[in-house]
Design a protein around this ligand. Sequence first.
Ligand code: GLC
Length: 841
Amino acid sequence: MFKKRFVRNTFSVMAAATVALTAVAPSAAAVTQPEPDTELNKENIKQPLSVKSAKKLKDGVRFDLGTHTATISIFAGDLAKVSLLQKGEKERPSRALAKKDWGTPSFKAIDTPLKYIIKTDELIIEVKKDTFGVKFMDKAGNVINEDYMKYGSGYENDKPFVFKKTQKDEAFYGFGEQAGLNLNQRGHEIGMWNTDAYAYNKDTKYLYTSIPFFMGLKNDKAYGILFDNTNRSYFNMAQESDDYYYFYANDGSLTYYFMNGPEISDVLDRYTDLTGKAEKPAAWSLGFHQSKWGYTPEEIVNVAKTYKEKNIPLDTMHFDIDYMDGYRVFTWNKEQDYLGALKQVKDMGLNAIAINDPAVKVDENNITYKEGTEKDYWAKNPDGTNFVGEVWPGDSVFPDFSKPEVRDWWAKKHNTLFDAGIDGIWNDMNEPAVFDGPYHTMPLDVEFGEGANKMKHTEYHNLYGHDEAEATYNAFKLYKDNQRPFVLTRDMYAGTQRYAALWTGDNVSNWEHLQMSIPMNANVGLSGVAFVGNDIGGFAQRPTAELFARWIQVGALLPFARDHYDSDAKSEVKVGQEPWQYGQQVEDISRKYIELRYQLLPYLYNAFVKASENGAPVQQPLVYQFQDDENTYDISDQFMFGDNLMAAPVVEEGQTSRQVYLPKGENWVDYWTGKEYKGGQTITRQADLETMPLFVKKNTITPMREVQQQTDEKPLTNLVLDTYVDREATYTFTEDDGATYDYKDGEFNETIFTVKKKLGKIEFKQEKTVEGYEDSKLASYTLKLNGAAAPRSVKGGSMKYAAAKSLADMNEEAGTYFYDKNTKKLYVHIPVDEDQKVTIK
Ligand code: GLC
């Protein structure tokens, strides 16, 4: 019936060793790479394209280039699409785009002998006629970005390419998930081809996710480019020359979107208008997650219980591939009682996530296989037979997710998981990984889609995970009506943030990986994906106690925080990787930082609310907020956790102090000691194993709450407003049920807090801008003023607040305050309905 089309190559032998779970030391396992890069041959770029005629259209301008047609479409004043196609060729509808209908703003088109000029209210786009080249300028005529005219843009054989001019100090960010220790991608050669890169390292070129989007930052101003091409693509970011950079793809059409900043935040906002904003997440998914490949049902239960016994907060246990019946997707193991374990986990009040892989076992008794075969839903060989390749279950077929009906069917199949009580789905192996395929995936001529939508694997590859994520997301719409989905994926394309969160695959328990995770997540965040995390402690191998302690400090501040590790069969060290496996000291460190995360949950949730509104990353590189400060451009070992907190973790073995750069223009307060520093300097901070240097940006309010053992253990009754102010601080706080879409019907509260300090007086004000969340249990705030002097009086309007004898007493009663003279902190307990200003003198 089915026959194998290829023999194993060296790569697949490696991978097959992985399947067999032989005790291969991961360090010995090669990182899978795709077939060698296709070079762009500049010798072949001989026939420059020139404009023969131009025509103004309703939504842009079309240029006749003889053999080709170029179109510049105006989506918004600061957003244009450039496409250059062979005459008669049609673009495929983009899978990246969320918003297709932009309603073109008014623009001017001016034809002159040498150039054609398009003017929007924000951009001037100048098209040089001979030879064809595009230049983007701001309103004042400053060049933002322009083609590098020696090579320009076009096709080399079938490879679409664009060369752009650059200058020495232009920095580049984004590109989704990239290895390496640098945030700034200038000087890098980047490739996009989703690859199962088990145990990758800092030099691995191809990782799991491809987001062909980047930003350029020069003269303090940023722009973005999305090269919307799903084929394997390449970005040479001034690695070859300081004068230019270029990008190209193996095939497909030349289409890119240009968006102007000038702020990085503007670029991201636009980019996520175009490709979609991530929805507000389910609050529980922001808690801590624990996972291992190879947990038995008993271990899952025991690990969850141990978290409880040891009072280490936890929200979610993950179920890796062993819960299935012989790795058949949408089934449950008949020999080992994972269903029982799931029930116990749920009874403890925890959430559960199940892994789900695309490969469907070839087996007549496998119902998913039978259904999909009857309906003819599998990816095909060129001769029309189903493609068969090996993954965990052995010989498998692969859903053709490019077809909407296959995505619908796949979504429907999730009832076996949801009915059993599973809350979230984890999509893995969706490169797709094929152990015995050439270069660890399907042959490039495998086919997807039908008729005009037919695509070869070479074109569809980078979209496979994207479409699977959409199908999985839709499963929630089907079965968990009005519940916010949680989908975790290993593979993305531009826009996948609409459906899923990302984890960065099979990292390794070593220092290099801990270091690398910071710039990696930052660039993922600058590519529209705020919900990102790395396996805490490292997946392959096992960390030392010191490494685990340092990793959990970073891990507690990851947007997605999961401790996950590799099967014992693949590690020389067999001990577990839970927080209590390294002795009391590291257990206490783990508790301290996970508790900090749980105290910060209102703040973290609100950072995600902002991401859903304007695409802002949650884990931000410093340059995101401080692009006027060039010292931040290359900082790869510090990050902002939301808008207010800056982490400077220790990421080197044996280190007990480190240098910390404090960005210009702000003052910074050491979170642990309260010591204040002026921005624009580098300081040395002691950092024993207990301490991750953490700084608060001055003039900020950070909403916090009491520690809980899981996110919904207790209702939010008191919100702590952790405030550092010497002028004025404001914060917009959103509260909703954290679980459903009712906020879309207005069921949320929004309050703007303002704290002003002037002439020895501090004023607190709350302004309730939206009051739609009737189930709110919020009764009071604790305004916590750090670095405060002892007050003479505290009043709400003209009502005097009483001084409490202790913090505990103050907590008992709203309308009271407590001053701790040792720590210089003033706590004021304010009822939530205090509509007068609270004045502190
Ligand atoms: C892949 C995943 C890893 C998972 C394992 C078994 O290696 O990346 O997270 O544990 O497969 O399912």
